[in-house]
Write a protein that binds this ligand. Structure first.
Ligand code: SAH
Ligand code: F3S
Length: 463
């Protein structure tokens, strides 16, 4: 430890526990893993109990207004813990940190520091400056980014998330992400493959490539694009399952479709946000594709990879959305039969173009459309899941089930499966009390289907 340690207040050296709460997308999840890794390297230990923590980090999301409001009420709850723990340090991280900056400090008097998504690598500096009595605000996007992937604390024992593209240059008119995550930057292929090999060496079987527009990856200063990267990662020995989120429809090329069809270890699941089924709405959103171009891409993907589970995002009640526009969205959902749909009512965000478009849809109307959308989608999902009844599927165990003795897992197409482990498999692991561990692959037969999950039984094992 450096000489600076001598000047620290004694109680600080006893600050041993931290709690990180994460909201929002996979990028935030991955940033929390980096924050956790850095704090553990500093000698702090994680706790699941905020009341026990000496450092609390809230890794926030600002994509919709509701999520942002929740941040402030949660911070209010954390600051009340300070009356029992005067040394408690509370940091606001994530997209609300970037967006609010100094404002967050005046709004939350006991907030100790603000750390934006572009500055995650500087968590130690933030804590150090706080120790010296400052309330630092670290936001913005430095030109040099530090990935330090060997000090990431991977939460899962089998799924390793690998950032390949940071930020976003698309400027969809509703979206705050380009402001909160900064301009798009691709990481070099050599470094990405190094991280993938590092994960495989440590026993991770599932690799998830991350980016707001993951398929817009380009080799910095080179020719290779996402099709080449996908090919290289899929060929890396030990990569049993490969996923990537989130793909931007307009950036999906024929070469990418081809790679998607070629490698069996690329999971037959693809998240491809469409947002709306109406061309005028898509145009006002600035998405740069038509509903028909999206349909065509979806058809090609389904033809290349039969059984692929497509999922999508929809925004309902975007400014100017008429009943006819909305009917076109419902029609698209009926036609394309998505395995999963993440739908939200439009939420105006500061600094974006959409709030100035006019033609606002009444919140009650938008909420009612959202309900109609769910009512249409639920039976579609149930029907797709019912087609799997009787099928043998391979699941990766993700954790314990809701009921005692049950486990939960995911199929390669990302469906949630609840099942009782095969007793022979359990005892095969050495003890009848040891359940199948998270990260293990096992085969099950689907017995019942619901809209959002499957119920399965183990397959009696031959030999
Ligand atoms: N490329 C990113 C997009 C991040 S935002 C990704 O898909 O991970 C995730 C989703 O949130 C978007 O696809 C969109 O459907 C929704 N969303 C973004 N801004 C929104 C807003 N202002 N109101 C409602 N939903 C929004
Ligand atoms: Fe947002 Fe559009 Fe980028 S949804 S993250 S601006 S692709």
């Amino acid at each position: 430890m450096s000489t600076a340690a001598n000047t620290r207040e004694p109680e600080r050296t006893a600050a041993r526990r931290f709690f990180v709460e994460t909201w929002g997308c996979q990028m935030n999840e991955r940033d929390s893993q980096r924050l956790t890794g850095a704090l553990m390297e500093e000698g702090l230990l994680p706790t699941r109990e905020p009341a026990e923590a000496d450092v609390i980090l809230l890794n926030s999301c600002s994509v919709r207004e509701k999520a942002e409001q929740k941040v402030y009420s949660r911070l209010g709850r954390y600051r009340r813990l300070k009356s029992d723990r005067p040394g408690l340090v509370i940091g606001l991280c994530g997209c609300v940190a970037q967006e609010a900056g100094e404002r967050a400090l005046s709004r939350v008097p006991d907030l100790d520091f603000v750390l934006g998504p572009g500055r995650v690598a500087e968590i130690r500096e933030a804590l150090e400056r706080r120790r010296k009595g400052e309330r630092p605000v670290l936001t913005g996007f430095p030109a040099e980014r530090d990935y330090a992937f060997d000090s990431i604390s991977r939460e899962s024992s089998f799924k390793g998330m690998v950032t390949i593209v940071e930020g976003c240059d698309k400027n969809c008119t509703f979206c705050i992400v380009p402001q909160t995550r900064g301009p798009e930057r691709s990481r070099g292929m050599a470094e990405i493959l190094d991280e993938v090999r590092h994960l495989v060496d440590f026993g991770f079987s599932e690799i998830e490539l991350l980016g707001q527009t993951v398929n817009h990856w380009r080799q910095p200063g080179g020719e290779e694009d996402f099709a080449d990267l996908l090919n290289a990662v899929a060929r890396t020995p030990g990569v049993a399952r490969l996923r990537f989120v989130t793909s931007y429809p307009r950036d999906f090329t024929d070469r990418m479709v081809e790679q998607f069809g070629r490698h069996p270890n690329i999971c037959p699941a693809l998240h491809l946000p469409v947002q709306s089924g109406s061309d005028p709405v898509l145009q006002r959103m600035g998405r740069g594709y038509s509903a028909d171009a999206y349909r065509e891409l979806a058809r090609r993907l389904k033809a290349t990879r039969p059984g692929v589970a497509l999922s999508t995002d929809i925004i309902v009640g975007f400014p100017g959305e008429t009943e006819e526009d909305f009917a076109l969205t419902l029609q698209l959902l009926e036609e394309l039969e998505f395995a999963q749909v993440f739908a939200f009512t439009y939420s105006p965000r500061p600094g974006t173009a959409a709030p100035r478009l006019g033609g606002d849809v009444e919140p009650e109307e938008a909420a009612e459309r959202l309900q109609r959308l769910f009512a249409l989608q639920e039976p579609i999902q149930r029907r797709l899941n019912e087609a799997l009844v009787g099928e043998h599927v391979e699941v990766v165990v993700t954790g314990l089930g809701k009921r005692p003795g049950m486990l939960t897992g995911r199929t390669s197409c990302h469906r949630v499966v609840h099942f009782e482990p095969d007793p022979s498999l359990v005892s095969g692991l050495g003890s009848s009390t040891v359940p199948l561990k998270a990260g293990r692959l096992t085969s099950v037969v689907v017995r019942q289907a619901y809209a959002h999950s499957l119920l399965a039984e183990p397959i009696a094992r031959v030999a």
